[in-house]
Structures are given as C-alpha cells and as structure tokens.
Design a protein around this ligand. Structure first.
Ligand code: GRF
Length: 205
C-alpha cells in the first residue's frame, strides 16, 4: 500500500517524518504501519538508508516511500548528504531507527530538538560507542541485570546521550539469552517508537 499524505490539521499542513536506518528496518516498518493506520498523523517523506541492500529499503519500496542511499566515507560527506536530504524533505521530525553512524555536530545543531533515536537498553545504561545490536543484550546479561528495555531520546553530539523522552522496561527472564532478550525488547520498540513520534508531532504547533 502506498502512503498517501494525511492532512493532520485544520490548516491543511501535512507533517513530515524522515527516517534513517542501517539495517533490517523493523522499526521503520512499525512507523509505516502506524502512518497507514492513522496512529501517526503524518507522512513519511523519505528514508535515508545507511547502505545499499538493507531491509529498510525494501520496506520503503513496498510502501512507495522515496529513499536515498548514503555514500559517505568522511564526516564531511555524511554531513553534506544529510543536509541535502533534510533540506529536500523538510521534516518536522527526524527518526533514527537502527542508524549506526554518529550524526555530525553541524547537522545536530541545524535540526536541534527534532532528531530522536531508539536504543535497546534502559539508557543511560548500556549506551554509547560499541553498545549496539546484540552487544547491548550480552552486556546486560553478563552484568546480571534483572531488567532491561528500550529508550527513545533526543540526539545530541554524543552517542545515545541526549535527553530521554520515554522508556519501556522489559524483565530479564531466567535462562534468557541475548537473542531472546533482543526479540522481546524489539517487540516493545515497535510500540514505543510510534507512540513517541505521535506524541511529539502532536505537541508541535
Ligand atoms: C533496534 O534494536 C534499535 O533499538 C537499534 O537498532 C535496532 C534496529 O532494528 N538502534 P531494526 O532495523 O529496526 O529492525
């Protein structure tokens, strides 16, 4: 099903989201479905894909969402390609959904307060460089934590460091493996991220 712009206000202005993803894009898909069902009252203006061949691009193609694929080996190139995409799509909200590169400082400044990220732990625990994917859940289990979860936070100049907007706690079960924990947390991410997006967009005038 393609995404038709949803008129979200009496003024007729359609709010726009841009998503950045580097992987399978299951969180991106949860955003697409929330837009299609009307839970998020906005249009997905575009996807910035971290690399070619990722699942997120397939989701974009199926939903008829425009996408651009980064080809940037330096911070300067990354910065210029992100500025170009955001200038073109003019998002009200930029969502990092499994995007693995650090957002350059000048991009953070230009879009201050409008970039959010989802992370699969209860930040500030298990965040920062090296804490991504299965590494996060391995560290949680090795530390003997009895609970973990996921966090949505604003993006600043450091990895996983900006103000936390909302978190969901997930208990660690006996006999849990990094994979089982990852799966249960991901299911919560798919609820948390669309809920936060909807809330933030509703708050914008
Ligand atoms: C999620 O666990 C997210 O929290 C993290 O990267 C993963 C992306 O998964 N930042 P997917 O590509 O959305 O399936």
């Amino acid at each position: 099903m393609s995404l038709l712009p949803v008129d979200t206000s009496q003024t007729g202005v359609v709010k726009k989201i841009v998503v950045l993803a580097s992987g399978s894009g299951s969180n991106f898909q949860s955003i697409i479905e929330s837009v299609q069902s009307g839970r998020i009252k906005a249009n997905v203006a575009g996807l910035v894909a971290g690399k070619p061949g990722i699942g997120a691009i397939e989701h974009a193609e199926k939903a008829g969402i425009p996408f651009t694929i980064l080809d940037a080996s330096t911070t300067e190139e990354l910065s210029s390609q992100l500025h170009k995409a955001f200038d073109r799509w003019q998002p009200n909200l930029i969502v990092l959904a499994g995007f693995l590169r650090k957002i350059p400082d000048d991009v953070v400044k230009a879009w201050e307060g409008k970039i959010i990220n989802i992370h699969p732990s209860l930040l500030p625990k298990y965040g920062g460089k090296g804490f991504y994917g299965i590494h996060v859940h391995k560290a949680v289990l090795e530390a003997g934590e009895t609970e973990s979860g996921c966090s949505v936070h604003y993006v600043n100049e450091k990895y996983d460091d900006g103000d936390i907007i909302r978190q969901t706690t997930v208990p660690v079960h006996p006999g849990e493996t990094p994979d089982t924990l990852a799966k249960r947390i991901l299911a919560e991410e798919h609820k948390l991220l669309p809920a936060v997006i909807s809330e933030l967009l509703n708050r914008q005038s």
